[in-house]
Design a protein around this ligand. Structure first.
Ligand code: NAD
Length: 484
């Protein structure tokens, strides 16, 4: 099947931090793949802007290397990379000073979409926003793309929103949560709101509980310094897991339009009950025989930061009262995978008797790896021996079902950047959403600090601390397995 590629308007995209890790791993290879897909106009400009002295040629080399290392379009013809690189420029700019801004201004064109991607540390966001205006680079139609973390808590997020608001309207600000750009996440909305099958059952009458898991096998790697000030709650739950929770739990918006969707997501966050601290498990991966643990990785032998968190929460509204949501994320776990599982209630009565066995239907939405959905359906075990029930998956791997290879499904960053150029904010977080999410997570973190809580150690390669298993066990439920 040939995917339909919607062309975008001509644009100038400036990537502040264009030489950084995120730009090299995600943004630049993603832009190249869109170029291969024919989505980037021939005279678009992609301008790297960072502190080092690269020059156009040096930056083109960096981009070429990044594309080769982190995945270019497989179906590109020879010479496509060279053509793409002709669109790539570089200006040395100091976000905190005056250097380079006039040159950058001189490279931008009138009459095309202008987008400025802040792929730099958050301490530079305010300085960039201010200089974009004072040097006359941005106008009222320009867009700014802001990376995570968006604040460290409610207070800093509010301050950041206020700073951005001094220079840009909310319609110009694109706060990235790359989870929202994933194919499956959008498919979740298509499945919920494009079918009659699921939505009538999508409530506490039929749904026993929902599990959202984002499991990583990696340790904190080179990000130890940043991570130790943040922890799993700030780094993952406040943004990615809460965004997934919103999409699963929200009411159908009247239209698939930015504010209609974001209004519904905001209502979910506002309906979340405060979390009882007995309903939270917090962990930190320990050292094992041949590998150092979290505290060595972050260089603080007394660190109290969590690399794992699991919690149970409730949404107090008509749809969800009584259905718990279990959220779990961590590093150095047994397997890598992100999944949302909607676990339906038992059938009210088994006509086959208890000996036939009983299974809940589970709709599992896999975000990675291998994006797709599986619906567990109960059928009769084949063969003689009476009526015994088994659970079989109706499996839909998007790549397979759509006849495309996994690599052809656009990466989250590719999709989101194209949405910026199109001016579509549906998959970006609005300022009030981000603040509401912090308002919910802040008291949890404050509670840990107030009680001087230390996260429980867990074995690297396990499924997290014992407390997390108990969180489910106490409710007579169990986590879905994190596959190795
Ligand atoms: P990085 O340290 O690798 O790169 C930082 C970039 O900013 C470099 O290009 C550097 O030249 C530029 N820079 C620094 N100070 C500057 C200044 N004064 N003026 C102009 N340019 C300056 O960082 P990164 O990992 O690419 O992360 C960038 C942003 O993206 C951060 O906000 C980070 O939290 C976020 N983020 C990164 C990742 C990731 O996987 N790396 C994932 C999600 C979000």
């Amino acid at each position: 099947m040939v995917s339909r590629v919607i062309p975008v308007d001509n644009f100038d995209l400036v990537i502040f931090g264009g030489t950084g890790d995120l730009a090299r791993r995600k943004i630049l290879p993603g832009l190249f793949r869109r170029y291969c897909a024919g989505q980037i106009p021939e005279d678009a400009q992609i301008i790297g802007a960072a502190r080092s002295d690269e020059g156009d040629e040096g930056f083109r080399k960096l981009v070429g290397d990044a594309v080769r290392e982190f995945g270019g379009g497989r179906h590109c013809e020879d010479g496509t990379l060279e053509n793409f690189l002709e669109r790539v420029k570089y200006v040395r700019v100091d976000a905190m000073g005056d250097d380079g801004w006039e040159e950058l201004q001189g490279r931008l064109r009138l009459g095309v979409v202008k987008a400025f991607y802040f792929s730099v540390g958050p301490s530079l966001f305010g300085a960039l926003a201010e200089r974009l205006r004072s040097f006359g680079l941005a106008d009222d139609d320009s867009r700014v793309v802001v990376e995570k973390p968006f604040g460290h808590d409610l207070e800093t997020a509010r301050a950041l929103n206020a700073t951005l608001a001094q220079h840009f309207k909310e319609e110009q600000i694109y706060r990235i949560d790359h989870y929202l750009g994933k194919e499956t996440v959008q498919n979740l909305m298509a499945v919920r709101f494009g079918n009659m099958l699921f939505e009538p059952l999508w409530n506490s009458q039929y749904v026993d509980h929902i599990q959202i898991t984002v499991a990583e096998t990696v340790d904190v790697g080179g990000r130890g310094g940043y991570y130790d000030k943040s922890g799993a709650m700030r780094d993952m739950v406040q943004n990615h897991l809460m965004q997934l929770l919103c999409l699963i739990a929200m009411e159908p918006p009247a239209r698939f339009e930015p504010d209609a969707v974001r209004d519904e997501k905001l209502k979910v966050i506002r309906a979340l009950d405060p979390v009882d601290y007995h309903h939270i498990a917090r962990g930190q991966y320990a050292a094992d025989d041949d590998q150092p643990g979290y505290r060595v990785h972050v260089g603080d032998p007394r660190s109290k930061t969590e690399s794992f968190v699991a919690l149970k929460c409730h949404i107090s509204n008509w749809r969800w009262a009584g259905t718990p949501f279990y959220l779990r994320t961590g590093k150095k776990l047994r397997g890598r995978g992100s999944e949302i599982a909607v676990v339906f209630k038992d059938a009210p009565h088994s006509i086959f008797g208890d000996e036939a066995g009983r299974h809940n239907n589970i709709l599992a939405i896999r975000l990675q790896p291998d994006e797709g959905m599986t619906l567990g359906v109960t059928i009769k075990e084949p063969g003689p021996g009476g009526m015994r029930l088994i659970d079989v998956p109706l499996d839909m791997s998007f790549a397979e079902a759509l006849g495309a290879e996994a690599e052809d499904v656009p990466d989250a960053y590719e999709r989101l950047i194209m949405d910026v150029i199109r001016g579509n904010q549906t998959l970006f977080m609005r300022g009030d959403e981000v603040e509401a999410a912090w308002a919910w997570t802040d008291p949890i973190i404050e509670g840990w600090n107030r009680r001087g809580e230390v996260p429980k150690p867990y074995d690297a390669g396990s499924s997290g601390p014992e407390d997390a298993l108990m969180l489910m066990h106490r409710d007579g439920r169990k986590w879905r397995e994190i596959k190795a």
